[in-house]
Ligand binder design. Structure first.
Ligand code: FES
Ligand code: FES
Length: 160
């Protein structure tokens, strides 16, 4: 057993004692019970497990928790503000960008990072920025449409 280590997860302090070699995905979903982040391939190929670690887009199935000591982690649960969904979440709903929804948490995290880096991406830049996140249901066109809508500011204000 490793000594406890500290994370900040979605803005809240968390202390965890991961097993040696434990992956961040396991820590987040099984220890912290934040089950929005998904296990897909487990090999860094699908993006279902995407989270932000100190602002970097990270595959939580590959990241070792012990390497994240002191880091700020953002999961899909951290995108909303209380009951108010983030603009990307509202845009994904409005544009029907989730079919089965399994890839959606990772897509939302990747799209969040994309728009942080580039607030007005071209369609090609969206495709490149989202290329690490696969969708078996093939909702890519709707995901792109949702991201473009947020970039245009269409979802800046919460729906009433
Ligand atoms: S589960 Fe991590 S990239 Fe597929
Ligand atoms: S919505 Fe089903 S895998 Fe993407």
């Amino acid at each position: 057993m490793q000594p406890p280590m500290r994370l900040t997860v979605n803005g809240r302090a968390a202390e965890v004692s991961p097993e040696p070699g434990e992956r961040l995905l396991t820590t987040v979903t099984e220890r912290l019970h934040l089950t929005g982040t998904k296990f897909g391939c487990g090999h860094g190929e699908c993006g279902a497990c995407s989270v932000l670690v100190d602002g970097r887009l990270t595959y939580a199935c590959l990241a070792l928790t012990e390497a994240c000591d002191g880091a700020a982690v953002t999961t899909v649960e951290g995108l909303a503000t209380g009951e108010t969904l983030a603009p990307l979440q509202r845009a994904f709903i409005a544009h029907d960008a989730a079919q089965c929804g399994y890839c959606t948490p990772g897509q939302l995290i990747a799209a969040t990072r994309l728009l942080e880096r580039n607030a007005n991406p071209t369609e090609n830049e969206i495709k490149v920025g989202m290329s690490g996140n696969l969708c078996r249901c093939g909702t890519y066109p709707k995901i792109i449409t949702a991201i473009q809508a947020v970039a245009r500011g269409e979802f800046a204000a919460p729906a009433r």
